[in-house]
Design a binder for this molecule. Structure first.
Ligand SMILES: NC(=O)c1ccc[n+]([C@@H]2O[C@H](COP(=O)([O-])OP(=O)(O)OC[C@H]3O[C@@H](n4cnc5c(N)ncnc54)[C@H](O)[C@@H]3O)[C@@H](O)[C@H]2O)c1
Length: 329
């Protein structure tokens, strides 16, 4: 399968490298508004630099990887759908649910495969946890707890155009919540503060947040987010059910521990998403390729992108108004 990639930045370099390293796939064309970013990735992967129109028009390009900034995703998905390409698009589809709906209508009409990059579903630890939940390890699910804390806050300039913590950061956890709960949330209650960086508060965003999700049968999910964790990228899940509890902890830089009279000392947890989710990025790409080759709809789908966005919008609204927000079915 021959790929074209748009956006050769942080995440584009990961996906582009993974396509190039796999057997059976080729990263053929790379486009980026920054010529140096495009030529660096092309040189590293054996691809050719091209513009977006050339990628869309290329008859021998079967799939497009969209790794450009968020505000370009919906337009690029529509262009690729019009050209009949399979699309893997980074999260989020867009910051507006209305725009996502319009985009998904065009995808539906064009009948192209579309997968959204909710990589955490593919993390081997989280995937194993989900597998055991599916096998009944904890019985009926009652409370899901998701902890997600970044090592450092992003610059306030990034925050200003990010859509806010709930749409930019918690969107991953909201997708994971739907994945784990096995039922759609019917209500969202959110609180948030600016405790880490006053500049984030001045930019109108929060850097510390907690969300409660409720499902129709009464299952509860609690999500804890922070833009700071002094010990690395804190990524944990715990699921409590009628038969017991299942959890997946952090991944440390090494498994080395030093013990002394004051206790045990372990290495920090892996620093951030590029390290922590390296396997997940490879495995989500494998899943996309397998689905396209088998003629099946990839998962997570565009609809999953929309559902997570609706929850992120509701969380933003709840945080701003101090109200519990009901979610339409
Ligand atoms: N799933 C994940 O874990 C994850 C992680 C990081 C980023 N993301 C998502 O990926 C997207 C990109 O984020 P990033 O951190 O790689 O950003 P980035 O800024 O590092 O890279 C974006 C690239 O797109 C290029 N670009 C900008 N405008 C363009 C245009 N008009 N045409 C072509 N290229 C253009 C930029 O020059 C840059 O090289 C965002 O939507 C972000 O939300 C997802």
């Amino acid at each position: 399968m021959r790929f074209g990639l748009i956006g050769a930045g942080r995440i584009g370099r990961i996906h582009g490298g993974n396509v190039a390293q796999r057997s059976g796939t080729t990263l053929a064309l790379v486009a980026d508004a920054d010529a140096k970013a495009a030529s660096n990735l092309a040189a590293a992967t054996g691809a050719t630099v091209a513009d977006i129109a050339t990628i869309m028009a290329a008859k021998d390009i079967e799939a497009v990887l969209i790794c450009a900034p968020t505000d370009l995703h919906a337009d690029l998905i529509e262009a690729a759908a019009g050209a009949g390409k399979a699309v893997f698009c980074e999260k989020p589809v867009d910051l507006s649910s209305e725009r996502i709906r319009a985009c998904l209508a065009k995808v539906e009409k064009a009948k192209i495969p579309l997968m959204i990059g909710f990589n955490r579903r593919f993390d081997p630890n989280f995937a194993a946890l989900k597998q055991r939940m599916n096998e009944g390890a904890v019985g009926n699910i009652e409370i899901v707890t998701i902890i997600s804390r970044d090592p450092n806050p992003p610059p306030a300039s990034y925050v200003a155009r990010s859509g806010g913590l709930f749409r930019d950061m918690m969107i991953h956890d909201l997708d994971l919540a739907r994945f784990l709960l096995g039922e759609e949330p019917i209500a969202v209650t959110a609180v948030g503060s600016s405790l880490v960086d006053p500049e984030i508060g001045k930019a109108g965003d929060v850097d510390t947040a907690a969300v409660l999700l409720e499902t129709k049968s009464g299952r509860i999910c609690q999500i804890s987010n922070s833009r700071r964790a002094t010990y690395g990228y804190d990524q944990r899940i715990e699921v409590h059910g009628s038969k017991g509890m299942i959890r997946a902890g952090n991944v440390h830089e090494t498994t080395v521990e030093i013990a002394g009279s004051t206790g045990f000392l372990a290495d920090p947890v892996q620093n951030f998403f590029l390290e922590r989710y390296a396997n997940a990025y490879r495995l989500e790409l494998d899943a996309f390729i397998a689905a396209v080759e088998a003629g099946k709809a990839p998962s997570p789908s565009g609809e999953d992108g929309l559902r997570a966005q609706i929850l992120a919008d509701a969380a933003t609204h709840s945080c701003q108004t101090h109200q519990r927000i009901a979610i339409e079915a």
